[in-house]
Design a protein around this ligand. Structure first.
Ligand SMILES: CC(C)(COP(=O)(O)OP(=O)(O)OC[C@H]1O[C@@H](n2cnc3c(N)ncnc32)[C@H](O)[C@@H]1OP(=O)(O)O)[C@@H](O)C(=O)NCCC(=O)NCCS
Length: 193
């Protein structure tokens, strides 16, 4: 069936580039490396990360998870960065979905317990969002359980306005959660901090 709109972003918008290292001040966003396996296993053994990301991760799964990001970049379906703080992998931010046709991305993040409370996630989220806007992305969105107030603060501090609540949208280990949708739109002044 013919599509009545042209893609907002051409194929190759991401893949023609090497995945960049992004400087967010005290946090550096860099591609994942095989040396990060232990940090990823540690992250997914944290009860907070398990709770909100609804998964665990063995060493073999962490290796596969790290290895899948270059493929996602090449396919322009997603992108993942390690958040390095004081020379240590301390968290992640990812474009968990890239939609070139509608120039939209969806984001996800977590920070290891030792680095929480220092603004690492908002700094990383702001930096990657503005980098994506510079590439031509039009809208960036994320969602979190309405029970996850820390994640709501991250979204708000990074300029993502709350757009609404999707009732029983997120399946977690303890059942369905209502999910808050937040977004930033490149050209919308109301979405600025
Ligand atoms: C949510 C999360 C990413 C925040 O990252 P961060 O880099 O600590 O973000 P901030 O420093 O801006 O803190 C955000 C909020 O976390 C809470 N917080 C502060 N210090 C904290 C600490 N030491 N430990 C846990 N939470 C803390 C506060 O509510 C804070 O909001 P405030 O700045 O208005 O007080 C991180 O706590 C995390 O990874 N949690 C588990 C996984 C998760 O929730 N992922 C998001 C799923 S949608």
């Amino acid at each position: 069936m013919p599509i009545a709109t042209s893609p907002a972003l051409p194929a190759g918008t991401f893949a023609r580039l090497d995945q960049p290292v992004l400087d967010a001040g005290a946090v550096v966003l860099r591609p994942w490396a095989s040396a990060d396996v232990a940090a990823v296993v540690t992250a997914y053994s944290d009860p907070g990360i398990q709770q909100w990301h609804a998964r665990t991760m063995s060493e073999a799964e962490a290796q596969a998870w790290i290895a899948h990001w270059p493929d996602r970049w090449a396919q322009e379906s997603g992108a993942g960065w390690a958040l390095e703080v004081d020379g240590q992998a301390a968290g992640q931010v990812s474009l968990r979905r890239i939609d070139l046709h509608e120039a939209c991305v969806e984001l996800s993040y977590w920070v290891l317990p030792f680095a929480r409370g220092r603004g690492v996630a908002p700094a990383a989220l702001t930096t990657v969002t503005e980098w994506a806007f510079d590439l031509g992305v039009h809208r960036a969105q994320l969602d979190h359980s309405t029970r996850n107030s820390a994640s709501c603060r991250v979204a708000t501090k990074a300029g993502y306005l709350a757009e609404g609540t999707a009732v029983q949208r997120g399946l977690h280990a303890d059942g369905w959660h209502d999910m808050h949708l937040h977004a930033r739109v490149k050209a919308a002044p109301t979405h600025e901090r």
